[in-house]
Design a binder for this molecule. Structure first.
Ligand code: UDP
Ligand code: MG
Length: 360
């Protein structure tokens, strides 16, 4: 599972000592959860018996989250790095930034709202140490709204039938990845993606374990129905073209049936003569087909829109500042480290590094 700095793509290697475990936490308006998260997370990691770092990504929060992260970084500077986004880019973009920044051999992702208990991290690390380069999780007794669970089930079935990705519970973000898998994700230039699925594609020895799940204790879910639908389209469109092919096949079948039907009507017209009944049935069928056609056009639009975003090639996220005491200190002694993020940060010596607006 060990890789050297030279294996890492696109300036991924911060010029600092590599901890065994990196925890990546996306944060968006979580001021209610953060204080408890800090207490439980650092306590669980201190008991782990491994060197570790926590990489928090503030995804453009409008509450006190960024200030709380700053305080935590000052309280535990050796183990804490904070990446502050300029604005909200979404949970998966935040995790991507965390992946680019994390230096650990094992990278664990965790939600900030404590729905994933940090106390489960040692079990994930244990499975990763046993040689699994991808440790997925299945939420035991998932504590979410029934509509969310129902939607997840439906998407799980679609994903299972249409892609190569075999994940039991795709929605749970508490997962562990090896450095090699994280490096492969970092080398993938996808704009819209679904990290657990992408990482699964690159894993050689994936495993799954059951973990506890808790209800959200503070604040509300940061996913509106719109964001949730977009995310699920990211999952499907990012990993399969089967829905498009299904539509072409459906189109073929419907055309064939319609052809036979027209032929039948023509024969009937000759034998029975003109008829006007069945108008509403015809309307019914027509509306159904119009709906289907609109859905098909929309589906193509989902793919085309994503292709458009991809070819424009805009940055996936913009970083306003990075708070990392260790990089400023350690990289000072290794200035020759060229284009790495750490080296860039090191040009502001002696204090917590903060870099203005960067793309990735
Ligand atoms: N999150 C984020 N950016 C977003 C939405 C969510 O960084 O645009 C973070 C959020 O702060 C949390 C995690 O992603 O740490 C999961 O979000 P949430 O708990 O709202 O999702 P749910 O549990 O409802 O699926
Ligand atoms: Mg949550």
């Amino acid at each position: 599972m060990q890789t050297t700095t030279a294996d890492l793509p696109r300036g991924t290697a911060p010029a600092r000592a590599r901890p065994e475990v990196s925890i990546v936490v996306p944060v968006f308006n979580e001021e209610g959860s953060l204080p408890t998260l800090f207490v439980r997370l650092y306590a669980a990691l201190d008991r782990l018996g491994a060197s570790y770092e926590c990489v928090f990504i503030d995804d453009g929060s409008r509450d006190r989250s960024a200030a709380l992260l700053r305080e935590q970084q000052q309280a535990r500077p050796a183990e804490t790095r904070v990446v502050l986004f300029q604005r909200n880019f979404g949970q998966h973009a935040a995790i991507l930034a965390g992946f680019e920044y994390a230096a650990g051999d094992i990278v664990v992702t965790l939600d900030a709202d404590l729905q994933n208990p940090p106390e489960e991290i040692p079990r994930l690390v244990e499975a990763a140490r046993a040689g699994h380069d991808y440790v997925g999780t299945i939420r035991r007794g998932r504590k979410d709204h029934w509509a969310r669970k129902w939607m997840s089930k439906a998407i799980n079935i679609v994903r299972d039938r249409t892609t190569q990705i075999r994940i039991t519970d795709q929605g749970c973000m508490l997962r562990a990845y090896s450095r090699a898998v994280v490096a492969a994700v970092n080398a993938s230039p996808e704009v819209n993606t679904f990290i657990p699925a992408l990482a699964y594609l690159y894993a050689r020895a994936p495993a799954e374990i059951e973990v506890a799940h808790e209800p959200r204790r503070a604040g509300e879910s940061k996913y509106s129905l719109y964001k949730l639908i977009r995310l699920n389209f990211d999952l499907i469109t990012g990993f399969t073209a089967v829905p498009l092919q299904l539509f072409s096949m459906l189109g073929m079948v419907i055309s064939a049936i319609a052809g036979v039907f027209v032929l039948y009507l023509a024969v009937r017209r000759l034998i029975v003569g003109p008829e006007a009944e069945g108008l509403f049935t015809l309307f019914g069928i027509n509306f159904f087909l119009v709906g289907l056609a609109l859905f098909g056009i929309g589906l193509i639009g989902e793919y085309v829109g994503r292709i458009y975003e991809q070819v424009r090639g805009r940055p996936r996220y913009l970083i306003a500042a990075v708070l990392d005491a260790t990089v400023a200190r350690e990289a000072d002694s290794s200035r020759e480290a060229d284009s790495s993020r750490g080296a860039e940060l090191a040009r502001e010596p002696g204090r917590t590094a903060a870099r203005e607006i960067t793309g990735a």
